[in-house]
Ligand binder design. Sequence first.
Ligand code: IPE
Ligand code: IPE
Ligand code: MG
Length: 246
Amino acid sequence: MDLLKKIDTTNLPKHLSIIMDGNGRWAKKQGFIRAIGHENGTKSVKTTIETCAKLGIEFLTLYAFSTENWNRPKLEIETLMKLLVNSLKKELKTLQDNNIKLNAIGNLEQLPKTAQKELQDVIEATKKNTRMTLTLALSYGSREEIVFAIKNISDKVKNNIISIDSIDDSIINEHLYTRNLPDVDLLIRTSGEHRISNFLLWQIAYAELYFTDVLWPDFKEQDLYEAIISYQKRERRFGKTSEQIK
Ligand code: IPE
Ligand code: IPE
Ligand code: MG
C-alpha cells in the first residue's frame, strides 16, 4: 500500500529535522567496514531530500556531523569529510533541478578547507532557490551554539547595543545559527536510539519526536511517509487543552 495517499499535504511539518543514525551498525550487520555504511547513508540523504521537496516541506535540517563526532577515529572523520565534499559536488545539480537552497549550521571553521570551500560554492550557487531550504548541521553542537549566542548577546549588552530587559525568545533566536529557520515541527531519529545527542535543543522545544528502528541507509520514502503520518495523527496542544484548539 502506498502510504503517500494517506498524507495530508495541507498539514505537513513546516520544519522537519532528522538525526541520521545507524550507518555503522548497518555496515557491521552485513560484514562491511563503517565507511560503506556512510556511503550508503548518502543514498538515503538524496532520496529524503528529493521526497521532502516533492511533498512540499519548506525546511529540512539534517544532522550530518556533531561536535562530538570529532572524537571518532581520524580515518572515519576523513571518510566522512570526503563523502561530504563528493556529495556536494555530485548533488549540486539535484539541488538546482529541485529548486532547493542549501544552508549550513555549526562551527564550520573547524571543517577542512576543501569542505568549507565546496559548501560556500553550493550555498552561493543555490541562494536564489525557493522551494525548500536544506540545512546541513556540520560540526554542530547545540550547547556550543547556545554558548556562542550568550557570548554575542553579552557583548552587545556590554556595548549598550541591547538592554538586558529587551532579551527575550526572539533575541535569543536571532543569535543562534538557525536564526533564519522556524522552530522544528517534527524530529526524526533513526536506528532505535532514543536520545537527542546535542541537536537543536532550543529549537525542538515543541517539536513532535519520532523514533524508528530503521537504520539510516535503509530509510527510504515509505519510512518518511510513516513518520509524517504519525505526526499528522498527533494533537499539538502547546500547553492548551484539547477543547481550546478544536
Ligand atoms: C550516523 O551513523 C552518521 C554519523 C554520526 C556521522 P553512525 O556512524 O553513528 O552509525 P552507528 O550509530 O555507529 O551505527
Ligand atoms: C548523532 O549521532 C550525530 C549525527 C547523526 C550526526 P551519533 O551516533 O554521533 O550519536 P550518539 O553518540 O550515539 O549519541
Ligand atoms: Mg550513531
